[in-house]
Unconditional design. Structure first.
Length: 57
């Protein structure tokens, strides 16, 4: 099982991302199991395309 945390962000009109919260039990796993859509992988791919957004694993 994948252990992770969902993080909520908002984008300000200035282009700056603002951290809102970290949720240690997001519902993605349930939806992923029901739909067979790889939500976490899709989110990582989407976010990795944002200019200036760096991921470290």
């Amino acid at each position: 099982m994948l252990e992770w945390t969902a993080i909520d962000w908002r984008l300000k009109p200035t282009g700056e991302y603002v951290f809102l919260e970290a949720n240690p039990s997001p519902m993605f796993l349930h939806f992923e199991q029901q739909t067979k859509f790889r939500i976490p992988e899709s989110l990582v791919n989407l976010l990795s395309e944002i200019k200036g957004f760096n991921f470290e694993f």
